[in-house]
Design a protein around this ligand. Sequence first.
Ligand code: CMP
Length: 140
Amino acid sequence: MGSKKTLSIIKPDAVKSKYHGNIVDFLENKGFKILAHKKLKLSKPQAEAFYEIHKERPFYNDLVDFMISGEVVAQVLEAENAVLYYREVMGDTNPEKAENDTIRKLYGRNIQCNAVHGSDSDENASKEISFFFSKLELIN
Ligand code: CMP
C-alpha cells in the first residue's frame, strides 16, 4: 500500500483568485486530513530547486517565474494511498482535460495556472514534504 502522506501546493493563480478556502473545503470533503498548512512566497532559488526534476523541460523557466509570482499555500495531506488519491482529486495537469468535480477542472485556468501541485510518487512526496516542513510542524 502507498504512503498516507502527500504534498500539495495551492499555486499563485488560485491564491490570487481567493480559491484557497474553497480548495481546503474541497479537500476535507474528499476525506483528506490536513496535517500541516502554511502560506509563503517562494524565492527564485527555492522554486528552481523544488522543480529541479523539470529542469530540462521547455516550460521550466516559465514555471519557475509563475511559481514566484505570488503567494502559495503548501500543505501536507493525509489519506489512504495519498499520492494516487490526490492525483485523482486534482485531475489532469491540463484543466481542459480534467474530469468534472476535480480541483483543476473547477479552479484551474490552463496547464500552467492549474491551481494545485501534488507529489507524483511516494518517494517525491517524502522529499517535497521535507522541502517545506520540519517534523515538528506536522500533526501526528
Ligand atoms: P505540477 O504538478 O506543478 O508539475 C509541473 C508543472 O509544470 C505542472 O504542474 C504544470 O503546471 C506545469 N507545466 C507547464 N507546461 C507544462 C506542459 N506542457 N506539460 C506538463 N506540465 C506543464
